[in-house]
Design a protein around this ligand. Structure first.
Ligand code: FES
Length: 77
């Protein structure tokens, strides 16, 4: 389903994007470009492949297998 596990927002309204991470040396860097879906309501971020929350991997958005054929994406629900 198209539902954020936080408060039920439609995840399709959020962007596919990257995230920000600490580089271990005092800076934040942009990374994982296009690997993340960010919820439009409160900004929770999910791995686009696994659905796992970046903050708590035990919290997951539902995912579906897909195929890409000829530039079209098919959802295998
Ligand atoms: S409803 Fe998605 S982050 Fe709150």
């Amino acid at each position: 389903m198209n539902v954020c596990p936080h408060k039920g927002a439609p995840l399709c309204e959020g962007p596919q994007c990257g995230t920000t991470a600490w580089d271990g040396g005092g800076k934040f860097i942009s990374c994982r470009d296009n690997e993340i879906v960010r919820c439009a309501w409160h900004g929770w971020e999910f791995d686009i492949r696994s659905g796992a929350s970046l903050v708590d991997p035990d919290v997951k958005a539902r995912t579906f297998p897909v195929t890409v054929e000829g530039g079209n994406v098919f959802v295998l629900a």
